[in-house]
Design a protein around this ligand. Structure first.
Ligand code: 13P
Length: 263
């Protein structure tokens, strides 16, 4: 049995009450599969900073991640949230280099590398996001872009046990149209080989308009360990199905509808 990683990225969504209901549902009302195989299911929820501490207090099976962390350690940086702050509330990990941070907030490869090294220094697990945009894909540059983003982010980094990689093609994020499964397979193959040959094998996730079908087929026989889910992670009932389907896909289990029944 392999460990599957269904990861939710809420982005800037959900009120505090909705967040609490979400975590209570995922902690208490899950299906038999999730209960029976919990050691093989690593559920992650990347939530807004202000919800981390209260959700940590409610979460037993769910790892609570931040969606970002500052590149500075402390000082006169109004509005920043530092790694020590996250450590001091037992935050389980952070997302780094999400394409929305890169594109909307102008995060560069150098800045992301700084954050990777801060996570290394502070032993903070992280999900590093990489992925090409539409123009780069159309020009046949997708794999070059992924390589460059990886190489730049990982300069000076060696604690691979802290790292999960998320491949999120920018053009598939938030569009409702995920990448074709064959293309996911091809990209997964490239990324897994590249990591193995140049770095270390780490769990790799697919992200970009993931819904139930994609959660299953993107992980079934592709070598991927899970999915990073945006909009379809906001409803806990829908995300619970994604958890089950990701587990089934990662372990090449023919999906059994009965397992949807609450246990
Ligand atoms: P969507 O699932 O909404 O496309 O978002 C994907 C994503 O960016 C997860 O980090």
């Amino acid at each position: 049995m392999k460990v599957s990683i269904p990861a939710a990225n809420w982005k800037a969504n959900l009120t505090f009450d909705q967040a609490v209901n979400w975590i209570k549902y995922i902690e208490n009302d899950v299906t038999r599969v999730i209960l029976d195989y919990q050691e093989y299911i690593n559920i992650i929820a990347a939530v807004p900073y202000v919800y981390i501490k209260p959700l940590k207090d409610l979460a037993k099976r769910t790892k609570i991640y931040a969606q970002n962390v500052s590149h500075v350690l402390k000082g006169a940086y109004t509005g920043e949230v530092t790694i020590s702050m996250l450590k001091s509330i037992n935050c389980d990990g952070v997302i780094l280099g999400h394409s929305e941070r890169r594109n909307i907030f102008n995060e560069t490869d150098d800045l992301i590398n700084k954050k990777v090294l801060i996570c290394q220094d502070y032993d903070m697990p992280f999900i590093l996001c990489v992925g090409e945009n539409l123009e780069q894909r159309q020009k046949g540059l997708a794999f070059e872009v992924i390589k460059k983003q990886l190489d730049n982010a990982l300069k000076g980094f060696s604690k691979f046990e802290l790292m999960i990689l998320a491949y999120e093609p920018v053009w598939a994020i938030g569009t409702g149209v995920p990448m074709e499964i064959n293309d996911i397979k091809e990209a997964a193959n490239f990324i897994l080989q590249y990591l193995k040959q140049n770095y270390k094998e780490v769990p790799v996730l697919y992200g970009g308009s993931v819904e139930e079908n994609t959660a299953y087929f993107a992980t079934f026989d592709t070598g991927l360990s899970g999915v990073l889910v945006g909009s379809k992670s906001l409803d806990p009932v829908e995300f619970e199905r994604i958890i089950t389907l990701t587990f089934s896909g990662v372990n090449n289990i023919q999906f059994d509808i009965e397992h949807f029944a609450n246990g």
